[in-house]
Ligand binder design. Structure first.
Ligand SMILES: [Zn+2]
Length: 583
C-alpha cells in the first residue's frame, strides 16, 4: 500500500486555510495583514500569536511556538503528525484513496506503564463488582442519589467489595508484589490489603483519559470512616495536574464556548444530570498554574462555582485573581443557601440549575458582595474602607458602561454619593491601559546578531521568496557559515528542484528538526522589503564570503601557533598574506 508522498501532504495542507482552522479553536482578531490571538502554548495575557493567511503559518512572538496547520493541530490537540494530516484531509475533503497511515505509537514509559495498567485493571474489576450481589446496597444508594445506569456507565462508577481482591488479580496479570504495592492500590501487609473496602468507586483520569487514581465514597450511615478517600499522589497521579472529567469535555466546551470549574466530582455529576456537560472539578486542592494551562487549552472563558460556604468563597477569591492574571474571562456562580449543585438540583430542578449557570455574575460583582459581607454597615470607617477599595477596583475597568453600572452598585451598597465616587475615581490614574500589540520581531529582540548572521538570514529570506535568488546563491556561494542557516539553504535548494514557488508552510512540513523550523519561521517573519535586486543578493554573498575568509585566517593563525617547523610556518604565513590581500 502506498504511503503518503510529500505532494499529497502539500495538497492536503493547501486544501484548508490555516486562519479558518485555528479560528475553530481560538478567537482570532484581524491585525493588518495577519490575525492575532492569545497564544494557547504559554500563559498569554495579551495576544502574542500571529497567524499569517499569506504564508499559512502561525507563530508566537513570546514562546516561539510556530508552524503550519499540521503543527498547530498536533500541539493544540496533542495528537500525532499523521492524525493531524488525516484531520486536515477530512476538513479539506481530500480523498486519501488507499493511502495508509502508519501510526507512530507513543513510546511506552516502562516505569509508569505498569501503574496505568494496574489502574485500568482495578477500574474494570470495580465496575464488574457493582453489578454483583455484593453491591446491592451500594446500588440502592446510587439509585437513591438518582445516579442512573447512564451516569454509572458514563462516569465508570464501580464498587470495591469488602475483600482483598486486587493483589491476586494483579499477580495473575503478571505484575509483581512490589509493583502492586507501589501502585498505591494495595497496601503492603501479609495478605496484600486492598486500599479500598466497601466503597463506591469513582475513577480519576489524566488529561489523556487514562485512569490514574480513584475516589472511594462510603454509602452507609453505619460506616464511620472518612466520607471520601482519594488515591495518594504518585508518579501518575498528581492532584495539581488533574481536573476531574477534563478528558471528556473537549467537545462540549467547544459547543458551549466556556468551561465550568467546580469543587468536586459529585458536582460535575450533578451538572451532568441536568444536561450540563462542560464542567470539570479540581480534586480537593488549590487551583494550580498547571490547571490554568489545561483550562486555557480548552477555553478562554471560565465559569467558577465552588462551595457556597466561607471557605469556598475565600477559595473563589483566590481563583478569580489567578484566573484574571492568566487572562481568562471569568463568570461566577454562587449557589443560594450554601447548597451544593446536587442539593440545589434536588430542591429546585434542572431548569433552575441551568438558569444559574447560564447567567453567572461577573467577577467584580462577586468581589463587591464578598467584601460587603465582611463589613459592618453600621460602622462609618468600615463603609469608608469598603468604598475606597471598591473604587480602586472600578478604576481598572476600561468599559464606561461597566464603570457606570458598578458605581451605581457601589452607591447602593456603601451609602456614599455618586459624586464622591466620581471624585475619588478622577484622582485615580486609569491603571489598566490596554497593552498595544507589539510583536517582538527577530530584529528588535536580538540586536546582538552580527552582520554575517544578518546577511545569511536576509539572503535566506529572499531565497524563500524567489527561486532565482536561490540559484544565484548556489552558483556563487553554496555555503553559509552558520550550520543551521546552511541546512536551511540546502532545504530551500532541494525544494526548488521540484517546485517553482516556495510555500513556507510546505517547506517546514518536510523538516523534522524543531530548531531548524523555528529558525525558518524567524527568518520568514523578518520585516524586509518585499523586493530586492541581484546586486543586493550579491552583496549578501560577498559578506558571507568575507566571513569565510576571516574564519580561514583564524584557522591558519591557530595552525601556525601550533607548528614549530619554520618552513611550514613560512608557508602558512604566505597563505595568510594572500588571503588578506584579497579582502
Ligand atoms: Zn506563546
Amino acid at each position: 500500500m502506498p504511503r503518503l508522498s510529500q505532494e499529497k501532504i502539500n495538497e492536503i495542507r493547501q486544501s484548508v486555510d490555516i486562519v479558518e482552522v485555528i479560528g475553530n479553536y481560538l478567537p482570532l482578531e484581524r491585525k493588518g495583514r495577519n490575525y492575532i490571538a492569545l497564544c494557547p502554548f504559554h500563559n498569554d495575557s495579551h495576544p502574542s500569536m500571529s497567524v499569517s493567511p499569506e504564508k499559512q503559518i502561525f507563530m508566537c512572538f513570546v514562546c516561539h511556538h510556530g508552524g503550519n496547520v499540521f503543527t498547530f493541530l498536533q500541539e493544540y490537540l496533542k495528537i500525532s503528525y499523521l492524525e493531524a494530516v488525516k484531520m486536515v484531509a477530512q476538513m479539506g475533503n481530500v480523498d486519501l484513496g488507499d493511502f495508509t497511515f502508519y501510526e507512530e505509537k507513543k513510546p511506552v514509559n516502562k516505569k509508569t506503564e505498569p501503574f496505568y495498567l494496574m489502574h485500568e485493571e482495578a477500574n474494570r474489576i470495580y465496575k464488574h463488582y457493582l453489578s454483583t450481589k455484593l453491591a446491592l446496597e451500594a446500588k440502592n444508594y446510587l439509585t437513591q442519589r438518582e445516579l442512573s445506569q447512564d451516569i454509572i456507565d458514563h462516569f465508570e462508577i464501580g464498587y470495591a467489595p469488602d475483600q482483598n481482591i486486587l493483589l491476586s488479580a494483579f499477580e495473575k496479570s503478571g505484575f509483581t508484589k512490589m509493583q502492586a504495592y507501589a501502585s498505591g492500590l494495595v497496601i503492603e501487609s501479609q495478605v496484600g490489603y486492598d486500599r479500598y473496602h466497601d466503597r463506591i468507586m469513582f475513577p480519576l483520569h489524566n488529561s489523556e483519559g487514562r485512569v490514574v487514581g480513584f475516589s472511594g465514597r462510603i454509602y452507609r450511615s453505619s460506616q464511620k470512616e472518612a466520607k471520601y478517600m482519594n488515591s495518594p499522589e504518585s508518579s501518575i497521579f498528581i492532584k495539581g495536574d488533574t481536573l476531574y472529567n477534563y478528558h471528556r469535555v473537549k467537545e462540549s466546551v467547544r459547543d458551549a464556548g466556556k468551561i465550568i470549574v467546580l469543587e468536586g466530582f459529585m458536582d460535575v455529576i450533578a451538572l451532568y444530570k441536568a444536561g450540563i456537560k462542560n464542567a470539570v472539578a479540581i480534586m480537593g486542592t488549590a487551583l494550580t498554574s498547571n490547571h490554568l494551562r489545561m483550562l486555557k487549552r480548552l477555553s478562554n472563558d471560565v465559569v467558577l462555582c465552588l462551595d457556597g460556604d466561607q471557605a469556598g468563597k475565600n477559595a473563589m477569591m483566590k481563583c478569580i485573581d489567578a484566573m484574571a492574571l492568566a487572562g481568562f474571562n471569568i463568570g461566577v456562580v454562587v449557589i443560594p443557601d450554601q447548597m451544593d449543585p446536587d442539593e440545589f438540583l434536588k430542591a429546585k430542578g434542572k431548569d433552575e440549575l441551568n438558569a444559574l449557570f447560564k447567567n453567572p455574575q461577573s467577577a467584580i460583582d462577586f468581589k463587591m458582595s464578598y467584601h460587603y459581607e465582611r463589613i459592618n454597615v453600621e460602622n462609618y470607617e468600615d463603609r469608608k474602607k469598603y468604598l475606597e477599595s471598591m473604587v480602586e477596583m472600578i478604576a481598572t475597568l476600561d468599559d464606561l458602561v461597566d464603570r457606570d453600572y458598578y458605581i451605581e452598585q457601589l452607591v447602593k451598597k456603601s451609602g456614599f454619593s455618586k459624586e464622591i465616587i466620581y471624585q475619588l475615581l478622577s484622582q485615580k490614574p486609569h491603571e489598566k491601559q490596554p497593552i498595544p500589540f507589539q510583536p517582538i520581531t527577530y530584529d528588535q529582540s536580538t540586536k546582538m546578531i552580527d552582520k554575517y548572521q544578518k546577511a545569511e538570514r536576509n539572503l535566506l529570506y529572499y531565497m524563500m521568496q524567489n527561486k532565482s535568488y536561490a540559484m544565484q546563491y548556489e552558483a556563487k556561494a553554496g555555503y553559509m557559515y552558520d550550520k543551521i542557516n546552511r541546512l536551511i539553504a540546502s532545504y530551500i535548494i532541494d525544494y526548488y528542484r521540484q517546485y517553482v514557488v516556495l510555500e513556507i508552510a510546505d517547506l517546514i512540513s518536510m523538516i523534522d528538526d524543531d530548531e531548524i523550523v523555528k529558525r525558518i519561521l524567524e527568518i520568514s517573519s523578518q520585516h524586509l522589503p518585499k523586493e530586492t535586486s541581484n546586486q543586493a543578493i550579491d552583496d549578501y554573498i560577498k559578506i558571507i564570503q568575507e566571513k569565510m575568509e576571516v574564519e580561514r585566517i583564524k584557522q591558519l593563525e591557530s595552525e601556525m601557533a601550533q607548528t614549530y617547523d619554520p618552513r611550514q610556518q613560512a608557508k602558512i604565513l604566505q597563505e595568510i598574506i594572500n588571503s588578506k590581500e584579497k579582502e
